[in-house]
Design a binder for this molecule. Structure first.
Ligand code: ATP
Length: 709
């Protein structure tokens, strides 16, 4: 990888598009004072992303744009493109040429392009860093700045060595890691503080929660036992209620049957009573009629007796009247409804056998009366028959009714008894219902609701000591106190937060350990690389110093900070220092604050570099630059009149060294020095025309020697 081309347009004195092609090796840019040579170096700095206005020799950004002259007006933008040959792909890109472009407009707009694609400054810097070049302080050594390399102080020299050794990225990484470590440690201490704050509260909450958990265990045991107890109680009650209900139902059925029977008895009795009433009135009627007949019979008998008396007086009855009456009564007594006619005839014959025919009227009257009497007696007999029949019926009926009434009374008694019993059972059931109701209330009070699962516990038998156990557990619960849901909630939340913070703390501790080991690893790498670089560069520096000064002695020494802030010289190989802030600081690395250069030109006394002449300082700085380039070659270096202060002999020695280093580093050197020009493989001449515009003249290599002469 090397610089292939530089295209400048509108940049400082290069108003027109100017192209400089480079080859590996040394390219010398020559020309009169003020022609614009340093502007070439500036353009290289600028295109590579330089932001320092001081290094760009300007006050404002737009100072790099062609400002115009008496004869040419100013331009609106500046543009510089730098082409890298990337056939070796040292720049990590598929392109064999990589072009970096920077453009700035007067209105302040600016842009970077990488192979014509818009890019950020960061992309350009990264690209240059990736090929081992870029933000090095010695990539472009500005005019009059060579001795700054050693005059800037030990810290700056150390910085240059670090850049050369390639440990800078490790430093950046270390810085980043330290910042991360600080952040992580800060987070860790914040988390630890929080944990310390939470811990006592959590302990107290834990104690409370433990008590509540124990209480919950008791409550669970109690609930389980109560479930068994209540299950048993409700089972027993329900069984009793069921039995009572069945008894009630049975009684109800009997009651209904009894009531039906009683009602039927009632109906029968009523009917019978009605019929009896009718019979009685009929009998009464019959009795009345019977009495009338009896009265009629008596009157007939009286009449007959009267007639018989008359007959007796006039016509005495022949045979004895008493005999007749006896016979008459005997016949009458034989009277029956079925023999009425026979009796009638017998009576007639009797009367005829005892009567005389002297008084026919009386006899006729007697006969009529006899007939009437006969019919009356007959009627009486008939009535008697009916009456007797009725009375017999009545008697029969009466005994039936008595029987029915007995039954009716017995059933009514049975009904009353049954109703009493039913009432007793109802009372019994009501009591059981009340007990079940109060048991359900008790269950609801115990569980806060009526548990569905209670039916699983309905058993006929439970342990006898169950009620005892329940009251013991209730007592224990009372002693344990109530459950504070808010405390439990706070405990759970606090525990959750504590666990979260503990995990965070562990993660952060792990992070701190990891970051410390990363830093230690980086320290080891840095120490190793820096020690190696310092060893090589200081050795080479002493060598180049002797070459450039043709003798003399120079030395690079390490400076480290003391506890009092003063600097102290140290040797690179020293033992480990005590642990500071968790990181091992090692002598020769972490505490090294700079590199001091002591130079003694030939025949002189060892003195500080401040005591050297300008030329000596330039030579010492060149020795340092060359020693770094020899040990850690840079892809290219721009040197702007670094040889300005050298005398001829020193110029020759410098040119020789440059020639040697040019095998591994491409040099673009702006010079007035013939020896340097002589070493160049390409020579560019810069001139400025009357318009104040720089122009480039390409000079053939053969002519370079002549120009140098
Ligand atoms: P020397 O040999 O004396 O060091 P040089 O060749 O290196 O000279 P430069 O410093 O490159 O000269 O160029 C300086 C010239 O460039 C000056 O004449 C200055 O006026 C001109 N110049 C600088 N900035 C601009 C600008 N923005 N526009 C136009 N001309 C500029």
């Amino acid at each position: 990888m090397y610089l292939k081309r530089l295209e400048i347009q509108g940049f400082k004195s290069f108003a027109q598009k100017t192209v400089l092609d480079f080859e590996p090796g040394i390219t010398a840019v020559v020309g009169p004072n003020g022609s614009g040579k340093s502007n070439v170096a500036d353009s290289l700095r600028w295109v590579m992303g330089e932001q320092s206005l001081k290094l760009l020799r300007g006050k404002k950004s737009e100072d790099v744009i062609f400002a115009g002259s008496d004869r040419k007006s100013k331009l609106s933008f500046a543009e510089v493109s730098l082409t890298f040959d990337n056939k070796d792909h040292k720049i990590p890109s598929d392109y064999s040429e990589v072009v970096v472009t920077r453009r700035l407009y007067r209105n302040g707009e600016s842009e970077y392009l990488l192979n014509n694609n818009r890019a950020r400054l960061l992309d350009v810097v990264d690209m240059l860093l990736s090929c081992g070049f870029g933000a090095t302080n010695y990539a472009v050594i500005g005019q009059g700045l060579i001795d700054q390399m050693i005059m800037a102080g030990p810290a700056e020299i150390k910085n240059l060595v670090e850049e050369a050794s390639g440990v800078k990225p490790y430093y950046l990484k270390r810085e980043k890691t330290i910042r991360k470590l600080e952040q992580t440690s800060e987070n860790l201490s914040r988390v630890s503080e929080l944990l310390n704050e939470i811990e006592p509260r959590l302990r107290s909450l834990k104690r409370q929660a433990k008590r509540m958990e124990e209480r919950e265990v008791i409550a669970a045991q109690l609930a389980s036992l109560q479930m068994e107890y209540f299950g048993n109680q409700s089972y027993l009650l329900e069984t009793e209620i069921k039995a009572v209900s069945e008894r009630l139902e049975l009684k109800r059925v009997i009651l209904v049957k009894l009531e039906t029977e009683i009602s039927s008895f009632q109906k029968t009795l009523e009917k019978e009573e009605q019929q009896t009433g009718q019979s009685n009135s009929f009998l009464e009627e019959l009795e009345k009629k019977f009495k009338v007949l009896e009265d009629k019979k008596l009157s007939l008998l009286e009449k007959l007796a009267e007639i018989k008396g008359k007959l007796k007086a006039e016509v005495p009855i022949t045979r004895n009247f008493n005999e007749f009456r006896q016979k008459f009564e005997d016949i009458i007594n034989l009277l029956r409804p079925e023999n009425i006619d026979e009796i009638k005839t017998k009576l007639k014959n009797l009367v005829l056998s005892y009567s005389t025919s002297k008084n026919d009227d009386l006899l006729g009257q007697k006969k009529t009366l006899d007939t009437e009497l006969e019919s009356t007696v007959k009627e009486i007999a008939e009535y008697n028959i009916t009456r007797n029949k009725l009375l017999a019926e009545e008697k029969q009926k009466k005994s039936f009714l008595t029987e029915e009434e007995k039954k009716f009374r017995s059933k009514t008694f049975e009904l009353t008894k049954l109703k009493d019993e039913q009432n007793l059972v109802l009372v019994e059931k009501a009591k059981l219902d009340t007990r079940l109701e109060s048991l359900e209330k008790e269950i609801k009070e115990a569980f806060g609701h009526f548990p569905e699962t209670l039916k699983n516990y309905k058993k006929a038998q439970v342990a006898a000591e169950l009620p005892n156990q329940i009251s013991k557990l209730k007592h224990q619960l009372e002693l344990a106190g109530g459950v504070d849901e808010a405390t439990m909630m706070e405990y759970r939340e606090t525990q959750e937060r504590f666990d979260y913070l503990t995990n965070q703390s562990k993660d952060l501790e792990g992070g701190v350990t990891d970051l410390r080991s990363v830093i230690e690893e980086l320290d080891q790498i840095i120490k190793k690389q820096f020690d190696e670089a310092f060893g090589k560069i200081s050795k080479k520096f002493e060598e180049y110093f002797r070459i450039l000064f043709n003798g003399g002695r120079a030395q690079m020494t390490l400076l480290r900070a003391q506890a009092n802030g003063e600097e102290e010289e140290v040797l690179p190989e020293e033992d480990e220092e005590p642990v500071v802030d968790g990181l091992k600081k090692k002598k020769g690395t972490m505490q090294i604050v700079g590199i001091e250069i002591k130079a003694t030109p030939p025949g002189k006394k060892l003195a500080t570099i401040a005591a050297l002449s300008g030329g000596e300082r330039a030579l010492t700085a060149i020795a340092l630059l060359c020693s770094m380039l020899a040990c850690y070659p840079s892809p290219f270096v721009v040197l702007d009149e670094v040889d300005a202060a050298l005398d001829e002999a020193n110029s020759i020695r410098f040119a020789k060294i440059l020639g040697t280093l040019a095998h591994q580093t491409q040099f673009i050197t702006i010079t007035h020095n013939r020896e340097t020009m002589r070493q160049a493989h390409t020579l560019y001449g810069v001139t400025m025309n009357d318009e104040g515009v720089s122009k480039i003249l390409s000079v053939k290599l053969e002519k370079a020697e002549a120009i140098a002469q």
